[in-house]
Design a binder for this molecule. Structure first.
Ligand code: VGL
Ligand code: ZN
Length: 208
């Protein structure tokens, strides 16, 4: 993995939104701790893109839309198991907004995902069927980025799925772990970490 080059690489910040921070609908423990790290990265990188989880009301990933289903349970879909979540990141609500302290105005691109009612999207590149593109792969290719540096929420879902897809697309990927926090449901963090390592994602333990 080549060294990170903040002048040339794309900083991709995943889902740093109110609903994933303490007090939010799908709060990640200590989730707001990623904000100062993200802002430090933003101040260093010339190119920044943000993702925003952006669901319509009644999205199929919400437990509330499956009668009798509990949040954090799993249902089968045509493309494999899907975790059911509390209602979160409903488009245009405060919960879906970026954390107010995030220096979001530096972003050159905001990519929204999970807006199709019947399909969830953890990855910034492909929705959870593994084939529906968000458009980010084309953007990255057209802008000539070859190395994507990532941080955000949550390590074991949207960050990991984005990092794995980026590797599948042939990109170099660095995940800045101090800029991530995990949901860690049923050992999902250990599994995601192992999957990222195996796929050749560089996992950085500090900012330097
Ligand atoms: C996420 C669960 C549901 C995430 C998004 O950003 O990791 N997790 N939607
Ligand atoms: Zn979501």
């Amino acid at each position: 993995m080549p060294a990170t080059d903040p002048a040339r690489d794309l900083l991709l910040l995943i889902d740093i939104q109110n609903d994933f921070c303490p007090g939010g609908a799908l709060a990640v423990a200590d989730g707001d701790a990623v904000v100062p790290v993200a802002n430090t990265l933003i101040s260093r990188f010339s190119h920044v893109a943000l993702t925003q989880d952006w669901h319509p009301p009644g999205h199929s990933s919400f437990a509330s839309c499956h009668s009798g289903a509990e949040a954090f349970s799993t249902v089968e879909t045509g493309h494999g198991p899907q975790t059911l979540w509390p209602d979160h990141c409903v488009r245009s609500t405060q919960g879906a907004a970026f954390h107010p302290d995030l220096d979001a105005d530096h972003a050159e691109l905001v990519i929204r995902k999970g807006f199709r009612p019947e399909l969830d999207s953890y990855s910034a590149f492909f929705e959870n069927d593994g084939t529906t593109p968000t458009g980010l792969a084309g953007y990255v290719r057209d802008r000539g980025f070859t190395h994507v540096v990532m941080a955000g929420l949550a390590t074991d879902f949207c960050v990991a799925w984005s990092a794995l897809d980026a590797r599948r697309l042939g990109l170099d990927v660095t995940v800045i772990l101090p800029g991530c926090r995990a949901i860690d449901q049923d050992a999902s963090l250990a599994r995601a970490t192992e999957d990222m390592r195996t796929a050749g994602v560089a996992l950085a333990n500090r900012l330097d």
